[in-house]
Design a protein around this ligand. Structure first.
Ligand code: NCD
Length: 307
């Protein structure tokens, strides 16, 4: 395996070893260690959608590993002149980039890119498909706070149907033995037939009952048809706050991948309170991205690929 496109296609041993590698990088960086790469690589960061934390943390990760990043924003590129994704990827290949980290609005864009690029492709979020490094960051955060993942009850609440974070987390957390629940209104949850490894709850209190981890999701209005949702109604029925959290375990942690719509899916007191892991998730994002980059470059197919 060379690419990191989806958690679904990884063995649970690989997922665990990526998390372990991230934890090791975290210790080394926090101890002030400098990491010298065997070979200094050039990584293209291709972001066709907005991003703050994912993009910054990939840059941080690459620079901690001693690699170099070249930034490419879809909006300032020749794609605005009609160039296809295929031709863009081929161009970047011949610009001698050695790996691509890509965020794209279409599910499956990374699989397409992989056809035209010999080096590793790391998915930084494709449509509503997957966001594997976010799930890895979340898993590392859960492990730090709860010391285990197997056996935990994890409620992922809100706009699951548009969320690549929910999908990657459902795959990852269930592979590592957690019970995953999707909680939200019918209009924002995938159908029971979606074959995602999670149980669906339409009632917040039932879905949160005895949960060890509550993960709120952003309402992704940019992916919704207009008129799909009444925000006031959503807030009243599904907001994560002190009152609704009473159904969960008394020491439940509250997660959110960001960006937050404060006062909508989560209230201020909860977002800024002691149960919140929001900032830990951001920091851990750096170390899991170091693990992803290091792992992708160390794979044998890369060593054989002639650029
Ligand atoms: C998420 C994304 O882009 O998928 N953000 C992130 O990377 N932390 C979630 C979102 O946009 O709501």
């Amino acid at each position: 395996m060379i690419d990191l496109i989806s958690i679904r296609e990884l063995e649970s041993e690989t997922v665990q070893s990526l998390i372990d590698l991230a934890a090791t990088f975290k210790k080394r960086i926090e101890a002030g260690e400098r990491i010298d790469p065997d070979v200094r690589r050039t990584i293209g960061l291709l972001f066709f959608e907005n991003s703050t934390r994912t993009r910054v943390s990939f840059e941080q990760a690459a620079s901690y590993l001693g690699h170099k990043c070249v930034n490419f924003a879809g909006s300032g590129s020749s794609m605005k002149k009609g160039e296809t994704l295929k031709d863009t990827i081929l161009t970047l290949r011949h610009e001698r980039l050695e790996a691509i980290v890509m965020r794209h609005q279409s599910s499956g864009a990374c699989h397409l890119a992989k056809k035209f690029f010999p080096g590793p492709i790391i998915n930084a979020g494709d449509g509503r498909h997957e966001h594997p490094t976010q799930a890895l960051a979340d898993a590392l955060t859960i492990l730090e706070r709860k010391k285990r993942i197997a056996g935990l009850k994890i409620a992922i609440v809100g706009d699951v149907s548009h969320s690549r974070v929910a999908r990657s987390n459902a795959w990852l957390l269930s592979k590592l033995g957690a019970e995953v629940r999707f909680v939200g209104p019918r209009s924002l949850l995938p159908g029971q037939t979606s074959r995602l490894p999670a149980t669906v709850y339409y009632d917040l209190r039932t879905g949160l009952t005895d949960a060890d981890v509550v993960m709120a999701l952003r309402l992704q209005r940019e992916r919704m048809e207009s008129g799909t949702l009444a925000v006031g109604e959503y807030r009243r029925l599904y907001q994560i706050n002190r009152s609704t959290l009473r159904a969960a375990h008394s020491d439940a942690i509250v997660m959110h991948p960001g960006p937050l719509n404060r006062g909508v899916e989560i209230d201020d007191l909860t977002a800024d309170g002691p149960a919140s892991t929001i900032h830990e998730q951001v920091t851990n994002g750096i170390f899991v991205r170091m693990a992803a980059i290091d792992w992708a470059f160390r794979s044998s197919r890369f060593a054989e690929a002639a650029l």
